[in-house]
Design a protein around this ligand. Sequence first.
Ligand code: SF4
Length: 349
Amino acid sequence: MYEKMKARLEKIVPDVELRYKAEIAVEINELKKQKNAVILGHNYMEPALFYSVPDFTGDSLDLSRKAAQTDKDIIVFCGVRFMAETAKILNPSKTVLLPAEKAGCSLAESITAEDVRALKAKFPGVPVVTYVNTYADVKAESDICCTSSNAAAVVESLHSDTVIFLPDEYLAKNVANETGKHIIFPTLAPQPPLPLAGEGVKGGEGQLDYQLIGWHGRCEVHEKFTVKDIEAVRAQFPDVVVLSHPECSPEVVAASNFSGSTNAMIRYVQQTKAPRYLVLTECAMGDNIAAANPEKDMLRLCMVRCPHMNTITMEETRDALKFNRYVIDVPEEIRVRAYRAVQRMLEIG
Ligand code: SF4
């Protein structure tokens, strides 16, 4: 295991750390066999974990698909709580484990099921799209889910003049730009239902010709990148190709050469030949791409690790299997409604 990890990671992870983590990886892989478990690893996992124990790695959409297909008894989700919940929504009879109890997400925590119900009351009949970065009870209030890789396709699949798109403000603005839609961010003070686009006279929050209704949630990692950061790197490396995640601000996305989901960014680096790349997303993913593409020059702007993803460690993953913790449960009444929204997204692709 040490040799395998060293071949991939010797330029990324210090040797002493590799030796230590290789031993834990061996323990994890033995426990995985004994317990008939599958380990899913999100692209934001730290390199030593990412390249040693997951059976499958990828972004939320990939891993949701893998979770839907597994025949193992236990799913260990090396990611954050909303991802593990999605695995449980798709696999109610299996045990789903999240290695760190408090692995949350600033986006998921930005909105409640009650908020969604209030928005639906304010905009009756308008379909609701929620980003997968939400908890199960919020998904249960939605018509369909989306990820950053299929957000625009999901919105367009609804063939609706107006769509409620929750909860990421920047993703919503980027989708609005991509699909040519006008977006508003309403307040939730009690008032009568508002007329929809095309139904009323122009003027006022409820009577503008809007087609997307957003929410002010933000990813606490991606919101930190600025256009100034990009300009500073370009000043030193004019030939750099900049990739940004669509949870970054529209200004950062506009200043980048490419914007896409974590998987789309990985593919872009693999399939292109640039003098150097700068990937604006969670730090560990920059390391993981660098490890998979040693011949490419990857610049790092690595001041932001996700504090939630960061709680998933090799030790916690081993202990999750050893002690059967932390078990993710979703009440059945919420699960069946959330399942419809997730399954509808998976059918779109
Ligand atoms: S990187 Fe952002 S969106 Fe992803 S889990 Fe962390 S806070 Fe949530």
